[in-house]
Design a binder for this molecule. Sequence first.
Ligand SMILES: [Zn+2]
Ligand SMILES: [Zn+2]
Length: 124
Amino acid sequence: MNAETGQALRAVRNHEPSLWFRQQVQQVASNITAGDVHHCGHLALINQPVIAALWDPHLVVCEACEPLRLRLTGDADNACDRCGHIDPRGVYPGGVRFTRPGGQILVVLFGFCDTCARKEGINA
Ligand SMILES: [Zn+2]
Ligand SMILES: [Zn+2]
């Protein structure tokens, strides 16, 4: 994620997540199911997409709150969510959409360094 440069989130389409990525998403999903998450308070509507981020797997927000609650700054903003590498030029921000059983849309945001973006098959 790169809030400082105002880079828009790129939705990654037809992404086939790696085993690592699937495990992270599974963790976020089970945190939600277990109620082990903070949320913005607007997620009562089941047909509303739920936004989560790899850098904070215990926080879920609605689309309106995403720019306020899930943006990072400084080193945290430039840290890769996969390997932890801090790239002063920023990481590649993106989001992947999943449909949970029951039809709920879960969008998982991430920021990857060039190497990890390649490992995930994402063109950085
Ligand atoms: Zn909200
Ligand atoms: Zn990385």
